[in-house]
Write a protein of this length. Structure first.
Length: 496
């Protein structure tokens, strides 16, 4: 895991050090707690001569006034504080961090006029700082060149009204940061380094957090009849794995909640080969599995009071002489047969067996799968929303609400028999593709055939897990999408 700045909390007090960070609202006002650092007259001069007007997540770095023991002053706009919502506190933290690259000692005065900054907001602010500080630079032999910023040795003190409460809340969000960063690290890692075996090894490290981990080999999967998953893996010299993670923080008899992830460590398309351009980002085709792994890390670290199962199917979709051919028919663990007409529609083949296995073995309260499943979802929704498909309105609503809380936007997509029948084929129970239109929906219909009556939701995160637009708290190609969302879903609805 990459090195992170250290964050602690303290009471409001006169600050020293290198740099102080203050919040300024859209009226150009600061809290009383910040007035010892900058007077109203100086502040209004800055606002008058600069572009900085206190707009949400805007910022300015300036030399500190002569009468304080500081080098630098950073002002961060909080906009209209009454309207702060969703991920806005993350954005404030991220914006603040972006202004202090290379600074050793940073004091944040986390206060605003006429409002109380809650411990939860302070913890989210700190989370925003941690997530902003992430960069995937382990393969850069020359560090800190080309504007690469260094935040890692920063010591940050966040001054709040109630440091004890903030510290407690931060213990939770720090666990979230670790999960998001783990997911980002896994997705950013290139496929020559991270194949199925290596991914499974990374998952085994969760044992240190008292997560129960089982890694199923190809032999195990063959015994279980996972012909659908194994068909995808058969063209790679690197064997498939299925990882089963369990965190039992709930009551002994409580039915678990379950998360399943697509873990294609590289998707060449197989014999239905992708174009060169289409392959460039396919090291990230395990974003769903990375999110599930990151989530399990978070839940175990913060000792969530819930029983959770995380299952990820890990394969490499390659082309050697053994590779699956278009037209091959495979038998899934469910017994249903599949005509594989396009070897590039492989994610659904992996998930079919992983979902069925999950339900069959664990009978979960619900199962949510995450997958970088279709290019079609990117066409449908662009880069800002993940597609949500579900057979259960209550679960879908809980997910939508969690997304509104974390800023991980979801848009519910339709399912229906009209789409389902596009999967019919003369030669087997179904085919793995269904024509030109509505590709993301057809993929979801395919998955639905493997979940029975269990409440189920599928998140198509092809657009949001990788290559999503950067924001105040993510500058990384891999976003870690889904970890905060599902942590929030569990925290708000399923902990005892
Ligand atoms: N992994 C891809 C989906 C994808 C594409 C994710 C671009 C992220 C960026 C998936 O396995 C795939 O190839 N899907 C095909 C399905 C088609 C063959 C029915 C697609 O979307 O083109
Ligand atoms: Mn594919
Ligand atoms: Zn894929």
């Amino acid at each position: 895991m990459s090195k992170r700045p250290s964050i602690s909390f303290a009471k409001h007090a006169p600050v020293e050090g290198n740099t102080a960070v203050l919040l300024v609202n859209a009226e150009g006002k600061i809290a009383a707690a910040a007035e010892s650092i900058i007077g109203a007259a100086t502040l209004s001069r800055i606002i008058n001569v600069s572009d900085f007007k206190g707009k949400l997540a805007s910022g300015i770095s300036t030399i500190a006034p002569a009468d304080v023991q500081l080098d630098r002053l950073v002002l961060i706009g909080a906009g209209d504080p009454d309207k702060l919502k969703a991920d806005d506190w993350l954005k404030l933290g991220g914006a603040a961090l972006s202004k202090v690259a290379g600074v050793k000692n940073i004091s944040v005065i986390l206060a605003l006029p006429d409002m109380e900054v809650t411990a939860e907001s302070a913890a989210e602010f700190a989370l925003g700082m941690l997530l902003r500080s992430y960069s995937f630079n382990k393969y850069k032999t020359k560090k800190n060149k080309d504007g690469e910023k260094d935040y890692h040795s920063a010591r940050i003190t966040i001054h709040v009204a109630d440091p004890q409460a903030a510290k407690k809340a931060f213990a939770q969000t720090e666990a979230v940061a670790e999960g998001v960063i783990l997911a980002r690290d896994l997705v950013n890692e290139p496929a020559n380094i991270l194949g199925p075996i290596e991914f499974a090894e990374r998952i085994e490290e969760l044992k240190k957090l008292d997560v129960k981990v089982e890694i199923l080999s190809e032999k195990d999967m063959k015994k279980l009849g996972m012909g659908s998953l194994l068909g995808v893996a058969q063209g790679s010299s690197r064997p498939a794995r299925l990882a089963v993670m369990q965190w039992n923080g709930g009551k002994g008899k409580d039915q678990p909640v379950a998360f399943v992830g697509k873990g294609v460590t590289f998707d060449s398309g197989g014999l239905s080969i992708k174009t060169a351009g289409g392959m460039e980002e396919m090291k990230g085709d395990m974003g769903g599995a990375a999110a599930v792994t990151g989530l399990m890390h978070t839940l175990a670290t913060r000792k969530a009071k819930v029983n959770v199962v995380g299952i990820v199917g890990i394969v490499e979709n390659m082309i050697n002489g053994e590779a699956q051919r278009p037209g091959d028919i495979v038998t899934s663990m469910s017994g249903q047969t599949i005509e594989v007409l396009n070897t590039d529609a492989e994610g659904r083949l992996v998930l079919a067996d992983a979902l069925y296995y999950c339900n069959d073995r664990f009978n979960p309260k619900f199962v949510i799968n995450l997958a970088t499943l279709t290019g079609a979802i990117m066409i449908a929704l662009g880069l800002h929303y993940a597609g949500l498909f579900s057979n259960d309105d209550a679960l879908a609503d809980q997910l939508l609400e969690a997304g509104q809380g974390t800023g991980e936007k979801l848009w519910r997509m339709p399912l229906g028999p009209e789409y389902d029948k596009l999967l019919d084929t003369k030669n087997a129970d179904m085919k793995n593709i269904g024509g030109r239109y509505g590709g993301a929906i057809i993929a979801a219909q395919f998955l639905k055939r493997f979940v029975g009556d269990t409440p189920w939701a599928h998140l198509d995160i092809a657009a949001t897990a990788m290559g999503a637009p950067a924001n105040e708290y993510s500058q990384s190609w891999a976003s870690g999408f889904g970890v905060r969302l599902l942590d929030r879903l569990v925290r708000d609805n399923f902990e005892s």
